[in-house]
Ligand binder design. Structure first.
Ligand SMILES: NC(=O)C1=CN([C@@H]2O[C@H](COP(=O)(O)OP(=O)(O)OC[C@H]3O[C@@H](n4cnc5c(N)ncnc54)[C@H](OP(=O)(O)O)[C@@H]3O)[C@@H](O)[C@H]2O)C=CC1
Ligand SMILES: O=C(O)[C@@H]1CCC=N1
Length: 269
């Protein structure tokens, strides 16, 4: 089997990217080989997406176009040490790492001479609404970057940043979907506390977040300007905003991004 796209690690993100790439026909299922240690997981991925599956990472490393690393940072050293040189018949893939924290220097030590793009996508990639930051390594030529971008643009927007900012990206947009999910859950609980039936509260909370994000994206309104437009003098919103400020909502968000950024740094060291 000639593998164009190889994916090592068939977990949450491996599947998120895989599913969208197939839905967008960026790759045919027959061009993709994905490895995972769990047989049950492999069987699921093969049945669901029609891709090739294996328990042998070395077979995946033979990919000719893109080798996506979607394993946990904690197993990177053992996985990479056991891999052969990527590619086959002189065709070397670009390695696309989505590992939190793992720096290009470490990736390049593990795969000498191979073009490597460090990236940080997020779970909305599953529905094509992701945002990914990328930082190219020293061996990356424009055609390698194009190949990596082709994969990532199939799942959402792509921005390029200096590698020194990748941990901050991880703390914000990589981890961010969890913060937003907690916010939506908390808004729903607030609605329930105020007497709304849970399904209605959940619908109101979700659409409020989605609608506000869409409004801000389409109008390019500054967040403060939008907040001011909602906040009538002596009205309901300022009563709620005052409570958020008292509870340290902004500070909690800032500290969350900072803590996740620091954890990303730790994972790579
Ligand atoms: N989840 C997210 O929102 C995001 C995650 N990331 C990054 O993506 C990577 C994967 O994260 P995520 O998908 O959440 O994690 P998961 O644990 O869901 O996926 C990792 C997968 O790799 C498998 N695996 C473990 N050991 C090996 C091995 N030796 N060879 C091949 N596969 C192996 C795991 O199997 P098993 O479970 O059986 O151990 C699991 O299926 C991480 O590096 C993370 O930093 C980046 C952006 C967002
Ligand atoms: O929690 C994590 O470590 C991964 C990286 C970004 C999102 N999830």
């Amino acid at each position: 089997m000639l593998v164009k796209l190889g994916i090592i690690g068939g977990g949450v993100m491996g599947e998120a990217l895989l599913s969208r790439l197939i839905a967008r026909a960026a790759y045919q299922p027959g061009d993709i080989l994905i490895s995972d240690p769990m047989q049950q997981r492999r069987e699921f991925l093969a049945k669901q997406y029609g891709v090739g599956v294996t328990g042998d990472n070395a077979k995946v490393a033979a990919a000719t176009e893109v080798l996506l690393l979607a394993i946990k940072p904690q197993v990177f050293e053992s996985v990479s040490a056991a891999l052969p040189s990527p590619g086959q018949n002189g065709q070397i893939p670009v390695i696309l790492s989505i590992l939190a924290g793992v720096p290009l220097s470490k990736l390049e030590r593990a795969f000498p001479g191979v073009p490597i793009v460090r990236s940080m996508p997020n779970t909305p990639a599953t529905v094509g609404a992701g945002i990914t930051a990328i930082a190219p390594g020293t061996q990356v030529q424009p055609e390698h970057l194009d190949r990596a971008k082709t994969v990532l643009q199939a799942v959402g927007d792509v921005v390029q940043v200096p590698e020194s900012l990748m941990d901050a990206v991880t703390g914000l947009s990589g981890s961010g979907p969890a913060y937003v999910a907690i916010f939506i859950e908390a808004l729903t609980d607030g609605g329930v506390r105020a007497g709304l039936p849970r399904p209605i509260a959940a619908q109101l909370a979700l659409q409020t977040v989605l609608g506000t994000a869409t409004l801000m994206q389409e109008t390019q309104l500054h967040p403060a300007e939008l907040k001011d437009r909602v906040t009538s003098p002596g009205g309901t919103t300022i009563a709620g905003v005052a409570q958020l400020e008292k509870a340290g909502f902004r500070s909690a968000c800032i500290e969350a991004v900072q803590a996740a950024t620091e954890r990303s740094r730790q994972l790579g060291s």
